[in-house]
Design a protein around this ligand. Structure first.
Ligand SMILES: [Zn+2]
Length: 82
């Protein structure tokens, strides 16, 4: 899949893993090893829509106690000043 960077127009991307912090109404979920694409031209980070959807699904499943966080880390809201 080829696409242009919104900022510099580059079509070169580098696959990387990063930590993604999902937040919703004062609750946080830190997801390590989230696959991202980084623009080789300007360094802008792009997240895959499917990856974000999965993180969101996990977040609500954990909130409803349907799933355990396992490798996912739930953060106390105090750490971010509420
Ligand atoms: Zn770029």
């Amino acid at each position: 899949m080829t696409r242009k960077c919104n900022f510099c127009g580059s079509t070169e991307y580098e696959q990387r893993k990063t930590e993604y912090l999902y937040s919703y109404k004062g609750n946080y979920l830190l997801v390590p090893n989230t696959p991202v694409e980084v623009c080789a031209g300007c360094g802008m980070v792009y997240y895959d829509a499917g990856v974000l959807k999965e993180i969101e699904r996990r977040f609500f499943a954990i909130q409803k106690k349907e799933e355990k966080p396992d490798s996912y880390v739930e953060l106390p809201r105090a750490a971010y000043g509420g």
